[in-house]
Structure formats: C-alpha cells, structure tokens
Design a protein around this ligand. Structure first.
Ligand code: F6P
Length: 383
C-alpha cells in the first residue's frame, strides 16, 4: 500500500529528479492570520535554494491519513500572493490528533486510537524528508511526539492567544489585537453617546494577552484577564466613581477565560469523547448580569467578538513575522536541525528544542510591565 502511495506522490514530479528533497507542510488546530505567509515563506526559500519540493497535507494530518492521500504540491503559482490572505490554503482541523484519533463506530459512538506510528510510516513511505508542522501548543505536542518517533520535524508556532512560552510573539496575535482595538474604538463612541457601560469580550483562552493589549490600545477603563480574578463589587465601585448624576461611560475589555474571585470560567463543555478544548465564551454577559444584580444603575451592553478576531487579512507585522518564520523553518530543514521549533525572541528569529517549546504556556504575570504601567495610567483590573 505504501509503495502505491509513494508512487502516487512521486509520479508527477519526483521521477524527473530523484535527488529532490521533499518537505511536507501541515497547518493544524484553529486557523490564524499569517498561516499562508508561513507557507509562502517556506516555498519561496525552498525555490531560492533549489533541490527541494514542497507539499501540503490538506486539513492537518487528515491529508496523510486519507486514501488516497490528500496532498497538494505547493508551487510558485499556488502560493503567489497568499501572504495577504487570512486562514490557511491547506485548511485545518483540531480533530486530527494522531495520538488520540477519533473514530466513529457503527453505533455512532466515538473511540480514540493512537495512529502516531502509522502517521510516521505513511509520511516516510510517501518519500518526505521533513515535516514542517505549523500550529499551537496542541500541534507542537504532536510535533514533539513525531520527533520522538524519529520523524524529521520542524515546528512553527501559531496562535492568536500568544500563550506559547518559547516565543515572545506568535503571528496572528497582532492582527487579533488590531481587530479587537478597531471594534473597541467603535464601542467607545456609542458608550459615550448613551452614557453606557460597554463590555467587550475577547478571545485568548486562559491567557489575557489580547485583552491586555487591546485595553492599552483602546484606552479601556477596566481590563479583566484570567490571571487576575475579578471582584464584582470593586468593578461596580469603579463604575459608580466614573458616573456623576447618572452621566458617564465606561468601556471594559474582558478576556473569555476571565473568572470572578473564587468562581469558575464560563463556557460549554466539549462534547463527550471529543479532544477539543472547553469552548470558552459568555463571561461578558455573566459580568453584566452580576453588575445588574448588584444594582448597577447604568445601562450595560455586551459584545462578544468571537471568531472575527481570527479572520481576514493579517496586519503587516504578522505577515513579516510569519514570512520570517517560514524562511527559518526551511533553513532548519536545510541544516537538518530537526526536533526544533522556530521562535521569535529578543527581536531575533531563532529556534528552540520542541521539548522546551511545549513545556508550559505563557500567562500574564501580575508583575508584567504592561500590568504595572496600565495601573499607572488608571486601567483597573477588577481586583
Ligand atoms: O486558540 C485560539 C482560539 O481562538 C481561542 O482564543 C479560542 O478560545 C478558541 O481558539 C476557539 O476555538 P474554536 O475555533 O474551536 O471555537
């Protein structure tokens, strides 16, 4: 079977040049502005170097598991100009984890099976010399597991949440902050006109980076992040202080993973048997309800931004960062420096061992200079 698969991929191109090295790219987990710029960066660098051909697996690892494999040759034509486009031309899924691959049984129930070794065997049988796996913490854990099985892997970090500890920034984050800030600006003018309290809920999972940056950029009065559990009484006090004779307005940014002191996050449980995260969302409305119950006199409105933050065109910085990361990923392949993840630290594009990259997530510390400086300009954290 594998020799047949091999033939399928090799037949059109590799037969022309047996010395060509083959790189496979996969984009896994949630999408993120900048993924296409990474793909283009790899393809351009590989073309420039010569001796490499680049392929993409459709829908993360599903492309490899498909019969026949669902792969696409990433040519100059296929990748020209894609750095401007959001999403991923390869498509993505968070349901193709080879360590816990979901299989639907005849009775509709789901079982999870370990297909890691099979994935390694398939990638090798298809004649690939290296895998560039672009994804967040979950995807990089898969990279690490594949690397431990002997597959030559290079990871490229991706997430709008910016919560990977091995890199100062991930592409997609700046775009998400820009989108959130644009939306925030719009809410400010309507808050001001109606003397309202506007609560804007942003993404970020358990990390408050998007909220923190949006609060500074937008000029929020209150910023609520998961790392600093809030007290509703303190928030109400702050609101009342800003309102004179019923007039005033307040704009609050709240991260989806925020929670009241001693309370829980708001979200829906992932489906039984699913390997998806708990879907966070709704804390903005919960805070509104709490404030109303406590007797807040001002009118309160909530806006949940949701996936808008992940869509559309990447901002210039994310295109630049993603392109540089793509080029670096190719360089690591060329140097056969496998088992590493590209990272951006101290204004340099470098790399770290995958093992270190997946060790821990990066959260906002109470002592982070942004938190300190924000407090100095009067942003209240609800504590
Ligand atoms: O990790 C990125 C992210 O957008 C989080 O901020 C958010 O909680 C989650 O993904 C949403 O996931 P999904 O696209 O599966 O709903």
């Amino acid at each position: 079977l594998f020799s047949l698969l091999n033939y399928f991929v090799h037949s059109t191109s590799q037969n022309l040049n047996c010395n060509m090295k083959k790189i496979l790219i996969s984009t896994g987990g949630g999408d993120c502005p900048g993924l296409n710029a990474v793909i283009r960066g790899v393809v351009k660098a590989a073309r420039n170097e010569g001796g490499f051909e680049v392929w993409g697996s459709k829908e993360a690892m599903n492309g490899i598991f498909s019969e026949p494999p669902d792969l696409v040759r990433l040519t100059k034509k296929k990748t020209a100009g894609i750095h401007v486009k959001g999403g991923t031309i390869l498509k993505t899924t968070n349901r193709a984890n080879p360590l816990e691959f979901q299989v639907i049984q005849e009775d509709g129930s789901i079982i999870k099976i370990d297909r890691l070794q099979e994935l390694v065997d398939r990638i090798k049988a298809l004649g690939f010399d290296a895998l560039i796996n672009i994804g967040g913490d979950g995807s990089q854990r898969i990279s690490q597991a594949l690397s431990e099985k002997g597959l030559p892997v290079v990871g490229v970090p991706k997430t709008i949440d910016n919560d990977l500890s091995a890199t100062d920034l991930t592409f997609g984050f700046s775009t998400a902050v820009q989108i959130a800030t644009d939306c925030f600006d719009k809410l400010v003018t309507t808050a001001e006109s109606h003397h309202r309290v506007m609560i804007m809920e942003v993404m970020g999972r358990d990390a408050g980076w998007i909220a923190l940056h949006t609060a500074v950029a937008g000029g929020a009065e209150i910023c609520i992040i998961p790392e600093i559990p809030y007290k509703v009484d303190s928030i109400l006090k702050k609101i009342n202080k800003r309102y004179h004779k019923g007039r005033g307005f307040i704009n609050i940014v709240i991260a989806e993973g925020a929670k009241p002191k001693g309370g829980k996050v708001v979200g829906k449980r992932a489906k039984e048997g699913s390997d998806e995260h708990i879907k966070l969302g709704g804390i903005g409305n919960y805070l509104r309800m709490q404030l109303e119950e406590k007797g807040c006199k001002a009118q309160i409105r909530t806006t949940i931004l949701g996936h808008i933050q992940r869509g559309g065109t990447p901002v210039a910085f994310d295109r630049i960062l993603a392109t540089a990361m793509g080029v670096k990923a190719f360089e690591l392949v060329k140097e056969e420096a496998f088992g590493r993840m590209v990272s951006f630290r101290n204004n340099q594009i470098e790399s770290v061992p995958l093992e270190a990259a997946v060790k821990e997530n990066k959260f906002v510390s109470q002592n982070h200079y942004f938190v300190k400086k924000d407090r100095e300009i009067g942003i209240f954290f609800g504590d």
